[in-house]
Design a binder for this molecule. Structure first.
Ligand SMILES: [Mg+2]
Ligand SMILES: [Zn+2]
Length: 164
């Protein structure tokens, strides 16, 4: 049994506003403030918070690694100002129409497995919260409990599903 528990989080529609497609510009990246309190609560319960996101827009050339890094810096900074520390952000830069099929793009579970190994996370005591079926499938493939929310739905709605 590994020593840590984690709540893995999808990005778009969970941490920042879902736009219906990839967020391509930093100015369109809007952090969902209603999740500050529930994320602090999960952190206080002792969970690591780890982001797992498909960013196939990179493969399509819709935005650059540099723009993505700026969005993630904004996310980390906004959270830090609100008492939340993200352990790590993992993203898949591939897209099946532009690359050969990868193992990291969700519903693939490679990003989750890498993160769990690196941060000594016990999958059976961990969760994946996402707004797509593929998030739930990826979490379950990695041995975690998958929790499906609606896009931009406050995480407070599912806190009772997560062990204290
Ligand atoms: Mg999403
Ligand atoms: Zn990938």
């Amino acid at each position: 049994m590994r020593k840590n528990r984690a709540v893995f989080l999808d990005r778009d529609g969970v941490l920042n506003k879902e736009l219906g497609d990839y967020v391509c510009r930093e100015e369109d990246f809007h952090v969902l403030e209603h999740n500050f309190a529930p994320l602090r609560e999960l952190q206080d319960r002792g969970y690591l918070l780890i982001v797992i996101t498909n960013q196939g827009g990179l493969a399509k050339g819709w935005y650059s690694e540099k723009t993505l890094a700026a969005m993630h810096e904004k996310l980390r900074k906004t959270y830090r100002e609100n008492g939340i520390e993200l352990t790590e952000i993992y993203y898949c830069r591939h897209h099946p129409e532009y690359n050969s099929k990868c193992l990291c793009r969700k519903p693939g579970s490679l990003m989750l497995e890498k993160a769990a190994a690196r941060f000594e996370v016990e999958p059976s005591k961990s969760y994946f919260i996402g707004d797509r079926e593929r998030d739930v499938l990826a979490g379950e493939a990695a041995g975690m409990k998958g929790i499906l929310i609606d896009s931009d739905q406050p995480i407070s709605a599912v806190l009772e599903l997560i062990a204290v």
